[in-house]
Design a protein around this ligand. Structure first.
Ligand code: SF4
Length: 391
């Protein structure tokens, strides 16, 4: 998601920057919030050293201090094959989430199928061109081996969850359909480490029989991401999903999945701000928020809590770097709308993102959790105690 292609980064910045930064303290006394790093040399924001400490500056003015996550012990160990843990099972969300992108391509291919904000297939080409080790498909055995190392070395159990994710499989991958392919990872992990991590799966909105298979394989949280709510924009921004599944069927499948997992464990993501992308998106902030709010109402009235990541135009995607991102006013309005809708339906904070309330952030796009009241209960997973869910 960096805004500059690797080959234009003269100092190899892409190999050096941390995944996330914590913004804290400074003249405005920031309470901790976490941001994902995107490399963008033209940005007015810059991380630099001020009086011996890392700090965030905007056009030379100090904004706040920056903290980095300690390098976890497991990053110092390699797999038997020599592959690194960062290659097979990196952690994000301040070390709390093991992020397993097990298939790094997507079978929605080309501008007529790929989601228009996504550069997954271009990114594979870029990584390979840069000569980085980059397996398109991660072997189940290697994923389990990497998790063994993490389990052995993470004695404080700071890693609390893992996510299995990757591109969509519209046909077959190594003879398997999408559900069969991804289920195998969940089954292998959960049978080797029962109860060790919260198990999350980010795949398409699949038919109910497939969703039951995920649950039976031990998955606890299902993320069938819908990306954008508006009907017209869904067909333009997610043309592959529209063609293969269809927007109405996609939304119906999300709701149906709540029968299998329980509504609080179905957490579809949308890409906040992409509904304002030119040339097809809303030009007025109020129209974008009204549309997105309709989607929030649809799901939250059924007990399902969507969450969002902030749209950051990816230079190699169709909606590339010549786009401006949605304005700050939109994002503030969205946070207000999301919080108000969640509270209106008396919903708990979504599980798996740490504690709600400003200053508690762990999730790497933490603003939606920061915006919730600090005393709001977190939804409990089956078998989880209230204390565990809220600690
Ligand atoms: S389905 Fe997912 S991986 Fe595939 S193009 Fe869309 S966002 Fe990217």
């Amino acid at each position: 998601m960096d805004l500059q292609p690797f080959k234009e980064l003269e100092q190899g910045e892409n190999l050096r920057v941390p995944e996330e930064l914590s913004l804290v303290g400074g003249p405005r006394n920031f309470r901790r919030t976490i941001v994902s790093v995107r490399i963008y040399p033209d940005s007015p924001y810059r991380v630099d050293i001020v009086e011996g400490k890392l700090a965030l500056l905007v056009e030379g003015e100090l904004v706040c201090d920056i903290e980095l996550q300690d390098i976890p012990e497991y990053y110092r160990r390699d797999l038997r094959s020599g592959k690194t843990i960062t290659e097979i099972a990196p952690t994000i969300e301040w070390g709390s989430l093991v992020y397993l992108t097990v298939y790094r391509k997507c079978q929605y291919f080309g501008f007529k199928e790929e989601c228009q904000f996504c550069d997954i297939n271009e990114n594979v080409r870029q990584q390979k061109e840069a000569g980085r080790p980059y397996d398109t498909v991660k072997a189940v055995e290697e994923v389990v081996e990497a998790l063994e190392i993490i389990d052995e070395t993470d004695v404080e159990k700071r890693t609390r969850a893992y996510t299995i994710t990757g591109g969509s499989i519209t046909r077959h991958l190594r003879g398997q359909d999408e559900a069969t392919f991804y289920e195998a990872y969940a089954r292998a992990i959960n049978s080797r480490f029962p109860g060790r991590w919260i198990s999350k799966m980010v795949v398409q909105a699949l038919p109910l029989d497939d969703v039951r298979r995920f649950r039976d394989a031990g998955v606890q949280i299902y993320h069938p991401n819908y990306e954008v709510w508006d009907r017209r924009l869904f067909s333009i921004i997610c043309p592959g999903k529209e063609d293969y599944v269809g927007r109405d069927e996609w939304m119906k499948r999300i709701v149906a999945a709540a029968e299998v997992f329980g509504p609080s464990q179905v957490i579809p993501n949308f890409v906040a701000g992409v509904e304002m992308a030119a040339p097809h998106g809303f030009s007025r902030i109020e129209d974008a928020l009204a549309s997105t709010g309709e989607g929030l109402d649809y799901f939250m009235s059924r007990g399902i809590t969507p969450r969002f990541t902030v749209w950051c135009p990816e230079p190699l995607s169709v909606l590339g770097r010549d786009q401006g991102a949605a304005p700050l006013e939109y994002h503030v309005g969205l946070l207000r709308l999301w919080r108000e809708t969640l509270l209106r339906y008396n919903l708990p904070a979504p599980p798996g993102y740490g504690l709600p309330g400003v200053g508690n952030a762990v999730f790497s796009v933490s603003s939606f959790m920061d915006a919730l009241p600090g005393d709001l209960e977190v939804a409990r997973l089956p078998g989880e105690s209230e204390v565990a869910a809220n600690s």
